[in-house]
Design a protein around this ligand. Structure first.
Ligand SMILES: C[S@@+](CC[C@H](N)C(=O)[O-])C[C@H]1O[C@@H](n2cnc3c(N)ncnc32)[C@H](O)[C@@H]1O
Length: 225
């Protein structure tokens, strides 16, 4: 029941609005010839598949949520991308890919479990010299993060902030509208309310403190080991 209701809600359809920012960030990279990319904390892979399309390269998505990875594999199969898109169930805290094995390390909305500094420090090993690290991160501590980028051997090639109201206008507001519609369609059935609880909590958290949800892309290049 909960799964059916979540299918009806289809939260990913709202996440799709943000793909334009993934594209904007990717276009800030120089032209790369069939790059090898890792998407860390890829979830069900909207950015992963877009990166595969944009780059024409090989991409591995890693996450600890097997259901999300299964979804990503299925979408890759349907789009005929299975020969260039792989997944691995592993934690971002224990990545054991060889040194200098990626041209691009990408992470959207995902670095919280490791933190900005540790991500730069520990993941950089897997990145080729001159390779790129791209994070879609929250806006907190921007100035100190920019300092850390150069301290850890990267150059900040570019960065851009999403419009302040992007998360409300493009995600939470339409998501809340959809939740309201579905709640009335199901006569406020408690099972429906339960299935939507985590989304409603997130919307409430946004309303309480919208500034905390502002986000930014950092496009960084590894200039030394
Ligand atoms: C907010 S989602 C972002 C998903 C995707 N990057 C996107 O932008 O749509 C964060 C993802 O990080 C994953 N995650 C959380 N802790 C993780 C860990 N220790 N290692 C790998 N992935 C993790 C979650 O399972 C989730 O899929």
């Amino acid at each position: 029941m909960a799964n059916e209701i979540l299918n009806e809600l289809n939260p990913e359809s709202f996440r799709e609005e943000f793909i334009k920012y993934t594209i904007q960030a990717f276009k800030m990279l120089p032209k790369l010839d069939k790059p090898r990319i890792i998407d860390i904390g890829c979830g069900s892979g909207l950015p992963t598949l877009e990166l595969a399309r944009l780059s024409n390269g090989e991409i591995i998505g890693i996450d600890i949520d097997q259901n999300a990875l299964d979804e990503l594999n299925e979408k890759a199969r349907k789009k005929g991308l299975s020969d260039r898109v792989w997944t691995k169930n592993c934690s971002m805290l224990e990545l054991n890919f060889p040194d200098e094995s990626f041209d691009v390390i990408w992470a959207e909305g995902a670095i919280a479990p490791i933190g900005f500094k540790k991500a730069l420090k520990e993941w950089g090993r897997m990145l080729k010299i001159d390779g790129f690290m791209v994070f879609h991160d929250d806006l907190r501590d921007k100035a100190s993060k920019i300092e850390i980028i150069s301290e850890y051997g990267y150059e900040l090639v570019n960065h851009f902030q999403l419009p302040d109201d992007a998360w409300w206008v493009e995600y939470y507001e339409p998501l809340e509208e959809r939740i309201k519609e579905l709640r009335s369609k199901h006569d406020d059935d408690p099972k429906v309310l339960e299935a939507f609880k985590s989304y409603q909590n997130e919307i409430n958290a946004y309303k309480k403190n919208p500034r905390e949800f502002r986000s930014i892309f950092y496009i960084m290049q590894k200039i030394k080991s």
